[in-house]
Design a protein around this ligand. Structure first.
Ligand code: TYM
Length: 332
């Protein structure tokens, strides 16, 4: 029997290169070898209180972009999280055995306290249990995600194992973060520090739907420095980040060429950024064209979402029936 894979993305706008290389490219490859469930995490996105109008638009964007990246509804189950309320039911059960201390220690929670101090809600605190429910509801063993999600996977294993111990069962297998390369990926942003992330602003991200003009403008504004002053010196973070981006989108020869120029103190950042932008455009263009095409086809999107919801629900209901029985809920 094929192993089961689950992964999801929060609908907070458009997908960027971080989402693509951290998660989506792995999803796309995995769908041919595994039993795959890919969903749009609209329940998770409620922690930041999107307006009803925005929420639907964001969900639509992610659905279109999943399909444009090559996730094939004939191979995998694509669904919207809120269409499968069984997930919310499992979330409730897992919350009964998730402890304040462990939830408060999660890095993502601490980050959120810093970034949105006026909106530290219970949904943020229990974000890891909802994510565990997403994964455990399908009994997944592999979860294609970026490096930033590693701790959530560890917490998912803790919650699943705790449930199993508590009810003396083996209902939930242990899921692990997955990437086809040896390591989980962290794609840097354009602001010179840290990962590509929408919460750091649109200027920090290259979106899959960005036009060539927008990409050129964003890359030209990327943070650099005064240039190397000694041969073969280590690269500061901002420069290393741009090289890491080039490694993802450019041919190896191009990367080596600029690396050599840097090491010889002969690099001109203007040329380097121009090349990076052009290679990003070459990478993005076929996806952007597909996004534009699929976005027009509302009937197709409706069909994918409806069929995906049915398949995901059927699987989720089996797990919920088993969980309810173990917990001791019985019908009279
Ligand atoms: P989200 O929406 O923040 O990100 C979606 C996916 O993109 C990856 N990612 C990155 N990878 C590498 N470099 C980056 N700069 C970068 N930015 C984002 C994330 O690691 C993620 O894989 N909690 C999840 C959504 C989720 C989920 C799940 C995932 C909810 N339930 C169950 C897997 C299984 C999240 O916030 O992703």
């Amino acid at each position: 029997m094929k192993e089961t894979v689950v992964s999801g993305i929060r609908p907070t706008g458009k997908l960027h290169l971080g989402n693509y290389f951290g998660a989506v490219t792995n999803f796309v490859k995995m769908q041919y070898d595994y039993n795959c469930f890919f969903f749009i995490a609209d329940l998770h996105s409620l922690t930041t209180h999107p307006t009803p109008q925005d929420l639907h638009g964001y969900v639509r964007h992610v659905l279109v972009e999943y399909l444009a990246c090559g996730i094939d509804p004939e191979q995998s189950t694509i669904y919207i999280q809120s269409d499968v309320p069984e997930v919310a039911e499992l979330y409730l059960y897992l919350n009964m055995n998730a402890y304040m201390g462990e939830l408060e220690r999660s890095t993502s929670f601490k980050d959120k306290i810093r970034s949105q101090p006026d909106n530290v809600n219970a949904g943020l605190l229990t974000y890891p249990t909802l994510m565990a429910a997403d994964i455990l509801i399908h009994k997944a063993t592999k979860v294609p995600v970026g490096k930033d999600q590693e701790q959530h996977l560890e917490m998912t294993r803790t919650f699943g194992n705790r449930f199993n111990r508590m009810y003396q069962s083996d209902l939930f297998p242990e899921p692990h973060a997955f990437n086809y390369s040896d390591n989980l990926v962290k794609v840097p942003g354009l602001d010179g520090k840290g990962k590509m992330s929408k919460s750091e602003g649109d200027g920090n991200c290259i979106y899959l739907s960005d036009s060539p003009e927008v990409i050129r403008k964003k890359v030209s504004r990327a943070v650099t420095d005064g240039g190397p002053t000694e041969e073969n010196q280590a690269k500061p973070e901002a420069i290393q980040n741009l090289f890491d981006l080039m490694k993802i989108v450019s041919p190896t020869d191009t990367l080596n060429h600029f690396d050599q120029l840097y090491n010889q103190c002969a690099i001109r950042y203007g040329d380097f950024k121009k090349q990076l932008a052009e290679d990003m455009i070459v990478f993005n263009s076929p996806i952007r064209e597909k996004i534009e095409e699929i976005a027009k086809d509302t009937d197709y999107l409706r069909k994918v979402a409806t069929e995906g919801a049915m398949k995901a629900k059927e699987n989720a209901q089996k797990t919920i029936r088993e969980a309810r029985e173990l917990i001791g809920f019985k019908t009279f």
